[in-house]
Design a protein around this ligand. Structure first.
Ligand code: FAD
Length: 308
């Protein structure tokens, strides 16, 4: 979130945890949307007698910096997640998505996230006195053809725990199929081609984790397949790790080039792959798009300093 000047206060009351703990706020209905770094941290630090409702589509907080490690099995999934429902401050927990907010009535319309085969998803309304819309952002495909439609098949995002789990399963599946006597050499090359799209920190971390996994673990399990493995990182600009210092950027690029991994920078080459990890950028979630409140040019919610 970006900071801005006081008139924003007229639009919403996003109160910091200090303000919530003051006696004037006791009994007020506080609703937190989302349990990422922002929402979870706030919920975790509120006193136990808070009237707090938490509404996220997933029932856990994820320690995202370690997500790439779980995608290759260095860490177990349970090591990087924390249950939200059991937080002492949480009075009500609804695993659902907020789909609209009525700022006049101070209510949130929510929809459940469960797969109903015969019935429509149920909706319900939650009232609030203070609202914390900490829905974060989602993966941006930039409308690249087939990326969204193939997501979860051979294209994977890396933002949630279920993404990491799918990548881990997919990687092992590719090796097992490639190991079958019926798989041709050309098919082995395709199946064991891993393409990582985006040259940001998340992609570089995952590329490094994947390199270690391939060279340390899979090399002993599938030594005959190693010559078929190729890891390619694709980046639209002419450098990796855009916002970081140039010394770090050059170091990482040099490191990747020295490995079997290949760093492709704007080459226009066409690539066959068995698995693609798409991590090319982020954009606001649908609810943020729908809110008529001040936003940055990139569509993110403007806040005052200290996120008020
Ligand atoms: C793999 C990975 C590695 C990272 N590594 C680092 C790092 O090393 N250092 C660093 O500083 N940052 C890192 N980040 C970025 C960091 O995770 C984000 O900046 C941070 O998660 C943003 O916090 P947030 O609370 O704004 O949103 P998020 O953490 O994205 O949380 C948003 C929450 O809102 C929920 N939500 C979405 N839509 C709705 C809705 N309609 N209704 C209700 N809830 C909703 C989501 O399910 C989620 O629970 C990493 C991110 C990833 C994915």
């Amino acid at each position: 979130m970006h900071s801005c000047q006081p008139p924003l206060h007229n639009y919403y009351r996003l109160l910091g945890s200090q303000r919530f703990t003051s006696s004037g706020d006791k009994g007020k209905r506080i609703v937190v949307l989302g349990t990422g770094w922002g929402g979870f941290n706030l919920a975790q630090n509120l006193p136990t007698d808070t009237n707090l409702s938490v509404i996220p589509p997933s029932n856990h907080f994820v320690f995202t910096p370690l997500l790439p490690s779980t995608a290759v099995g260095t860490l177990e999934f349970r090591a990087i997640q924390e249950c939200v429902r059991s937080l002492p401050s949480v009075s009500n927990f609804y695993q659902a998505k907020a789909i609209s907010i009525d700022f006049e009535e101070k209510t949130i319309l929510c929809r459940d996230i469960w797969d109903h085969t015969d019935a429509k998803p149920s909706t319900f309304t939650v009232p609030y006195d203070s609202l914390v819309p900490s829905m974060g952002v989602k993966t941006n495909t930039f409308s690249t053809p087939n990326v969204s439609s193939r997501e979860g098949k051979e294209v994977f995002f890396l933002k949630h725990l279920h993404h990491a789990r799918s990548i881990r399963n997919r990687t092992l599946e590719m090796f097992e199929i490639a190991a079958l006597p019926s798989t041709s050499d050309g098919e082995k090359r395709r199946l064991l081609s891993f393409v990582i799209v985006g040259g940001g920190p998340k992609s570089c971390e995952y590329a490094s984790e994947l390199h270690d996994f391939l060279t340390r673990d899979l090399a002993t399990l599938y030594p005959d397949l190693l010559p078929y493995v190729r890891v390619t990182l694709v980046e639209a600009s002419n450098h990796l790790l855009g916002p970081f210092e140039s010394s770090l950027r050059s170091y990482v690029l040099g490191l990747f080039k020295s490995r079997a991994s290949k760093a492709i920078l704007s080459s226009g080459e066409s690539l066959e792959f068995g698995t693609m990890i798409w991590s090319a950028g982020l954009k606001p979630v649908r609810l943020t798009d729908a809110l008529s409140i001040p936003k940055t040019p990139a569509g993110r919610i403007l806040t005052l300093s200290q996120l008020l």
